[in-house]
Design a protein around this ligand. Structure first.
Ligand code: PRE
Length: 295
């Protein structure tokens, strides 16, 4: 059975991987820190790792992208998109106003809100308008945030996280779906050394992720790279620049192409880009499963 590394039980990553695999047999292995999720697949304790890499509100999850590029060399095997439905979680009775003043939940009494920084960023306006007196504290996952609140009663702390996490720790959901924008989705990838057979879930598209480092900064360099894709009518769905970490002002380009590497067109585009003196690294050529299609 496939051993899949993932953030703790009740995290968004956990919800997302359960949704993707449905009733297909997998063994989930949970780790507190994303670094340990990555490393478990590097050292062979697990076969695949679940990594969140992009969010509708926050954009790229830079820490995870950097791990993918700089710390490990393991291919991306599939991607899928899952909604990050964040909720306010804690003990409702710690926030009830007196019977005389209506006996309602009074969130102005919250002293601390704990969550993963990406989840926190998705709910900042909600926090400012409903819990203006709260201090914000980062956790390594939304699931860890819920666990901290569970272990610290009577502090008037709340966590932002999933319904699955609230259920696991038997805490109340004080407000449901509190993200500042609807349609808050996260893109997850599965990385692993061996290819993965196609899942039962329907495929929405084929994708290849490439990293391109330009030879040096000369006029039109990026334009020439992009034209290798464009004249072949290869559709790009994402392009992002990130520091190479070698020198200030030196960047690589992370590009998603909506095309498989098992074709004539994409390898020839890559050859053309290499002939320009660029370094090209293939991060993976894989299937993309879409939430709308999955559900
Ligand atoms: O903390 C979690 O629950 C996670 O799965 C991590 C993570 C992320 O790193 O982006 C995943 C999706 C959510 O949007 C927020 C946090």
């Amino acid at each position: 059975m496939k051993r899949i590394a993932c953030l703790p039980e009740g995290s968004v990553s956990h919800e997302a991987v359960l949704h993707l695999f449905g009733d297909e047999p997998i063994t989930l292995v949970h780790y507190k820190q994303i670094a340990d999720v990555f490393l478990s697949t590097v050292n062979g304790t697990t076969d695949y790792s679940v990594i969140p890499i992009e969010n509708t509100i926050e954009g790229s999850v830079s820490l995870h992208m950097d791990w993918l590029v700089h710390e490990i060399d393991i291919p991306m095997r599939l991607e899928w998109v899952y909604p990050s439905l964040q909720n306010l979680i804690g003990r409702q009775d710690e926030f009830m106003s007196s019977f005389e003043s209506g006996g309602k939940v009074d969130l102005t009494q919250v002293t601390k809100v704990i969550s993963h920084p990406v989840a926190m960023a998705q709910c900042l306006q909600f926090i400012r308008s409903h819990m203006p007196n709260a201090e914000l504290e980062n956790a390594s996952s939304t699931a860890e945030a819920i666990e901290i609140v569970k272990k610290n009663p009577n502090q008037r702390w709340l966590a932002i996280g999933t319904l699955l996490g609230a259920k696991k720790h038997e805490l109340d959901v004080l407000a449901k779906y509190i993200t500042d924008h609807d349609n808050n989705f996260t893109r997850f990838i599965l990385i692993g050394p061996t290819a993965l057979e196609q899942l039962k879930a329907p495929v929405s598209e084929e994708k290849t992720s490439v990293l391109i480092t330009l030879p040096s900064d000369f006029p039109g360099a990026l334009h020439q790279v992009l034209s290798a894709f464009s004249w072949r009518k290869l559709n790009l769905s994402r392009i992002e620049s990130r520091p190479t970490k070698k020198k200030l002002g030196s960047y690589y380009f992370y590009i998603d192409v909506l095309h498989s590497l098992d074709s004539v067109l994409l390898p020839s585009a890559i050859e053309e880009i290499e002939a320009l003196g660029c370094q090209v690294r293939i991060l993976g050529s894989y299937l993309s499963y879409n939430y709308e299609v999955l559900s």
